[in-house]
Every structure is written in structure tokens, then in C-alpha cells.
Design a protein around this ligand. Sequence first.
Ligand code: ADP
Ligand code: MG
Length: 323
Amino acid sequence: MGKGEFERIADYFAPLAAGYPGAFNLTDDAALISPDAGQSLIVTTDTIVEGVHYIGDEPADMIARKLLRVSLSDLAGMGAAPHAYTLNIALSREISDHWLASFVSGLRDDQNEFAIHLIGGDSVSTTGPAVLSATLFGLVANGRAVRRAGASVGDGIFVSGTIGDGALGLKVADGSIELADEAAAREISGRYRLPQPRCTLGLRLADVATAGADVSDGLLADLDHIAAASGVGAEIEMDRVPLSSPSREILASHPDLGHLVVTGGDDYELVFTSSKTQAVSNLSLELGLPITQVGRIIGGHGVKVLDFRGNKIPFGELGYRHV
Ligand code: ADP
Ligand code: MG
């Protein structure tokens, strides 16, 4: 690492570590995390590559925030409170100060919003596309981590918020779908560009859930992971899947895109199973967050999707496959 990079860390990144004693202002070899007795550390990491996971012309602050948010969503899915993160970046030598400053301001915004600090990382230069990787650390009281395994036959299947906005929002954002209503277009493309990880619900998940995950690969795929890990099957009713009003508007004119609601990715909502229907609806009221029952856990394996008549809708691909 050249002298320039030490300066870059001091100028751009060390301020993001201020306020976290164990980060030592990013001047030591490593950071120190000291969980309270009775807490476990939960770790998740995510990497994005320029030209693959983002185009390269997005504002750098939005790239930074989305990078953090996809992992914040994983922490929520595990029932953990966001705590701190490290950042590994491979950037071209030509990267501008303007880009870096914008990237750092996006990190700062979401540090404030989600009460996390930067505590370390690594910086390298590359002749290829930028590679950005964040590792998030969360805290959870011992025994309160929510796993994919744990769903039992008879449990209800619940989702937070609305489903399908990630995939449909991408189509609006990239111009392949046009919405006459500009406010609706902004709303749904914003759901793709800057997802809202359900951290507050995540903290309460262990109160009600037998199993849970975040919806990042598509509802069917993520539910299939829960079913497989739990050794059960799942059944959802397509008509019960909650849609936002922009999504309903899009589907009214593009009914052929209906499958994307459950197979598209990038919703960053939570899906979980629970036998405590009343407690789930109390929690929804308390948090002011819609939580909808979309189906139930059944015997067997795999995920069945039913139409409003109770007939099975065939789905070949369960969800988005990673490139
Ligand atoms: P080492 O050579 O021991 O791996 P570095 O010189 O790479 O350490 O890093 C020095 C310090 O700066 C470390 O505390 C490291 O965590 C921090 N750091 C390096 N790059 C970043 C980054 N992109 N974001 C945050 N902290 C960083
Ligand atoms: Mg290093």
C-alpha cells in the first residue's frame, strides 16, 4: 500500500470510524469488538462488481448505501442488531476524489440511519472494474438468532412490506417499463435503487418466528431455502402476496410480468414462519409495518404456488440465479 493510500484512509475512511473506540481510528492492525456477555456476533458479507452488480454511472453515494443495505437485510433476517462493518475496496488508480467523497457520504448517511460504524478494511488498486465488499457485524442475544431451519408443518408464512417491487422497480429504473404516474415511477424505482432493510422487525423476529430469511433472491427461492433447511414443504397463495400500488398498476397493464413478483429478487423484505398469528399482527401494528400471511408450511418438500381457485401454478425457475 503506497503513501497515497494511507492518506486516503486517514482523509476519507477514518472519520467514519470516529465514535467506535475499538476501531482505533483505523490506525492499528485490526479492530476490537467487545460484545456484552450473553451476546453473539453475527457476520455477513457481500461483494459488488462494477459492470455486474451496478452499471458504474449510479451516484457513488447510492452504490455505498445499497452495498451496506443488502447486508443489513441479512442481519435483519437473522434477528440481529446492526453493529459495525469493514470495507474492502479494489478501485482503479483513476478514481476521482469526487467519486470517493460521494461514496463516503453515502456510507455516512447509512451509518447514521442504522447506527453502525466503519471499523476496518482493506484498500487495493485494480486495472479492472471496481470491486466493493462490505462485511457487517451484528449482535444478537444468545439463542435469539433466527435460522432458516425451524419451520414446522402448520406454521403460517408471513412477509413484511410489499413483494415484487425490487424486480418491477428495476424494470422502471432501466426504462423497460414506463409508468404514466411519475410519483409511482419514482416510488417503485426507489424501492430497487435504495431498499429499506427491515432491521426493526429483525430485532423482534425471535419473539414470533420459527424460521426466517430476507427476501433477496425472490420470495419463492428464499422460501424454498427455508423449507429445505427445515425439512418441510411450503404453500403460498399468489393472491395473498402483498403488492404496492405502483406494482398493481404495472401488473394491470403487463399481466405477463406477474411471475416476477415472486421470482424476481432485490425486495429486501423479510419472510418468516410462525404459529403465533395474533402476536404477528400485534407486532405489525406496533411497528407500523404491514406483515401479511401469504401461505402455510405443509409436509413434503419444495414450494407450491396456488392461484385463487387453489390450483397449482407451475413455476420452473424458483427465483433469480446469481451470475
Ligand atoms: P495491513 O497492511 O496490516 O493489512 P492496511 O495498511 O491495509 O493494514 O490498513 C491499515 C488500517 O487501515 C487497518 O486498520 C485497516 O483496517 C484500515 N483500512 C484499510 N483500508 C480500509 C478501508 N477501505 N476502509 C476502512 N478501513 C481500511
Ligand atoms: Mg491491508
